[in-house]
Design a protein around this ligand. Structure first.
Ligand code: GTR
Length: 401
């Protein structure tokens, strides 16, 4: 069991990891709109219901960001087609965003397979800095990185990804929002006109909304890069960045596939199950992640106007993959699975199949169709097994005739 001690309070006492103690709950119905009308066609979904659900997530969960104009410039700091034993082109691009009289910089690292003229790309931010992905000595360290070269290499099987014909585009998520309490000032929010905490409203987006903004801005760059197949860009993230990838993918349908790896509470897991990490715990531990309105649902999940299966449904009709790990009970694997199974009805509106079952599969047995799911053995992490399944899924859907 994970132990979280915050402000002198020991959250172990309130963590339930006993399935028999999951409270009875009623989920909002995805296919009934705010006026109680059934949603029976893809047109009704796209024109009305989807927008309602999106607005509820903005107002009560992730928050709004100002729709401000931000200019971007891209400077290639380094490029070589000799990376990864000559199989890949490495590009390191300094992105400068300008708005509201100020600017911010982020350092994008890409590896693209030399075997392809234009490659599909996984956008997946990293936790500890660009240099931590591999032993590649030519990677420029990210500005806020505290860890050394290759430190988190196990999460990035770069040879496997490149050999499969995919590229990766990544940056250290601290470049977009420094993941500690406060830090509005040094995030990208000032570019959008939010200069400090005093400018934040109860429905203002915080770190997750801001990282999701970053995913879309990286996609903006990728669409200018001739070596990238802009119609085949995958939005992927692990854990807090899995929550982020789901929110980015929901808002930006230029992403062709959405992948959630162990995203848990506030990601794929149903909040109303209150299993493992709860809304109360996450809002106390990470008060800078969600909008302040979300905090009114601490220990009050039944009242949240949405639940997380509705976030997954915002990916429809695009291919969606949700993955759990059996020793990651903190993220509530069953809640992640149920959530993925519950979007079936929305995918049906578009003529696609979802998981086709409400029974959780065995460990290491991926299931599904346009929506896929696996629970693998092991802990909270991103493993080769996860990547192999994402690549197989991307091959299936990105190159479907
Ligand atoms: C945990 C947090 C989870 C998840 C995880 C991570 O501490 O409780 O919601 O986001 O961090 O991002 O690794």
């Amino acid at each position: 069991m994970s132990v979280v001690v915050v402000w002198g309070q020991d959250y172990r006492k309130e963590v339930n990891q006993d399935e028999t103690k999951v409270p009875a709950y009623v989920l909002p119905n995805l296919l009934v709109d705010n006026n109680g009308q059934a949603v029976a066609t893809k047109k009704q979904w796209k024109k009305k219901r989807r927008q309602e659900v999106m607005a509820l997530f903005k107002e009560y969960v992730y928050g709004y960001l100002p729709d401000a104009k931000v200019d971007a410039s891209y400077k290639i700091l380094e490029q070589s087609d000799k990376a990864l034993d000559g199989k890949a082109t490495r590009k390191q691009i300094e992105i400068t965003w300008m708005g509201n009289g100020t600017s911010r910089k982020a350092l994008l690292l890409m590896y693209l397979p030399n075997a392809k003229k234009k490659s599909p790309v996984f956008v997946n931010f990293n936790f500890l800095g660009n240099a931590t992905l591999s032993a590649d000595p030519d990677v420029i360290p990210s500005q806020y990185s505290r860890q050394g070269i290759a430190y988190q290499k196990r999460r990035w099987p770069l040879h496997k990804i490149i050999d499969a014909g995919y590229g990766v585009a990544t940056l250290h998520y601290y470049d977009i929002y420094f993941d500690e309490k406060g830090n509005v000032e040094r995030s990208i929010l000032p570019l959008l006109g939010i200069n400090s905490e005093a400018d934040m409203k109860p429905n203002s987006g915080r770190a997750i909304a801001v990282w999701a903004w970053g995913y879309s801005r990286v996609l903006d760059y990728l669409l200018t890069d001739k070596q990238v197949d802009g119609k085949r860009v995958v939005c992927m993230g692990h854990s807090r960045l899995g929550k982020t990838a789901l929110w980015a993918g929901a808002q930006d349908d230029r992403f062709a596939i959405v992948i959630s790896n162990n995203s848990g509470c506030g990601g794929a897991a149903l909040s109303r199950r209150a299993y493992g990490e709860t809304v109360n715990i996450i809002n106390h531990t990470f008060p800078w992640w969600f909008c302040d309105n979300f905090k009114q649902y601490n220990k009050n999940e039944a009242k949240i106007p949405v639940d997380q299966h509705e976030l997954l449904a915002l990916a429809a009709p695009r291919p969606l993959y949700v993955a759990s790990a059996v020793e990651d009970q903190w993220a509530d694997p069953k809640g992640e699975f149920l959530s993925a199974s519950l979007v079936e009805g929305v995918y049906h509106l578009f003529g696609y199949k979802g998981l086709k079952t409400d029974k959780m599969p065995s460990i290491n047995q991926p299931i599904g169709d346009r929506v896929a799911y696996h629970i693998r053995s092991g802990v909270h992490d991103v493993t080769d097994y996860d990547w192999e399944n994402y690549i197989r899924f991307a091959n299936r859907w990105l190159y479907k005739k």
